[in-house]
Design a protein around this ligand. Sequence first.
Ligand SMILES: Cc1ncc(COP(=O)(O)O)c(C=O)c1O
Length: 390
Amino acid sequence: MIVAQVIQQQLEHSSWIRRMFEEGLRMKAERGVENVFDFTLGNPDEDPPAEVLAALKRQVAANPAGSHGYMPNAGFPKVREVLAERLRRHTGVDFQARHLLMTVGSSGAINTALKAILDPGDEVIVPMPCFSEYQFYIANHSGKMVPVETAADFSLDLDAIRAAITPRTRAIILNSPHNPTGVIYSEATLRELEALLQGLDHTVVVISDEPYRAFVYDCAVMPETAAIITNCIVAHSYSKAWAVAGERIGYLAISPRLAGADELMHACTFTNRILGFINAPAIWQWVAAASGEAMPNLAMYQEKRDLLCEGLSNAGYEVSKPQGAFYLFMKTPIPDDIAFVRLLTSEGVLTVPGAGFGRGGYIRLSLTVPRDTIVRSMPGFARALKKCPK
Ligand SMILES: Cc1ncc(COP(=O)(O)O)c(C=O)c1O
């Protein structure tokens, strides 16, 4: 077999999301697109915001000299200046251009950071459930993922985190608003975590994975992790907020409050290069700088969230509304989430089992579907519930 054993094993455990997505393509070909309700993939289905598309057109039309070649591996200095100013304004932390590195999305940022900080066997704490790719990102750099369970409402269990920290712990990956649960970590929780980390006798960094930071509902305000956690690395992405996941643009920001921030940035510029990213896509760096604070259509997402939650609750499901991101993580009416996903699939409704995120007994539904899909899927959800053994 030409494929490495490690990769063969990882493939076996790899993404339920992709598996269900592919199942969806097969079913759509078989039953017709209109008869399949696909809630699997977190891929925004609307156009990017108008100001983003306008900035892209301006950039391509202007075609400034040197805009397609290599640039400093960290990205165009002018772009990083603009984005650092924005981050300064949001966090109150003194981010400068030299603290930002343009990346291939948030996944590029996380891999770049992990490569720079992990020696073989070093540990990374991940609150569970979690985005399923983290385990592979950590393994990419010979690290060891240490899963830590969260409380019943998916908030951080700080005692469990404290108990999981060892001299080998190098990082904790936080993701707020959270995929798959939609939870936003409170300011009080982040402050408690900061106190815990400051009490340690070695540095544990928080990698704050923030691709959903624009998706906050009910006019809530999301606490800025970098404003609270001293040893913070932000992994930012435009994939979700601007519906540009295919363009691969984001950035990594190292807090200037982290001791050794400049040294770490030097290392990350190198790791971004040797991982083969070299630099983030050039045109999209300029678009990111020129598009200001472009936002997704939050009212539309919130309306879909409410419609889905109300419909499922009326059908008899146990539902609690996500505070942010664009997923509903819902308890399954039977303990076996994979069996329940199969039941739903037989009704033409595609979802992802909680097992794919390390938490059985739940399914994840993405709100990145047309409103009409939500409405027309409801009879299928109701029939699946009726088929469940009591
Ligand atoms: C929690 C989380 N982190 C990172 C990513 C990767 O995003 P990007 O497209 O920015 O690499 C995703 C994508 O779904 C995600 O859900």
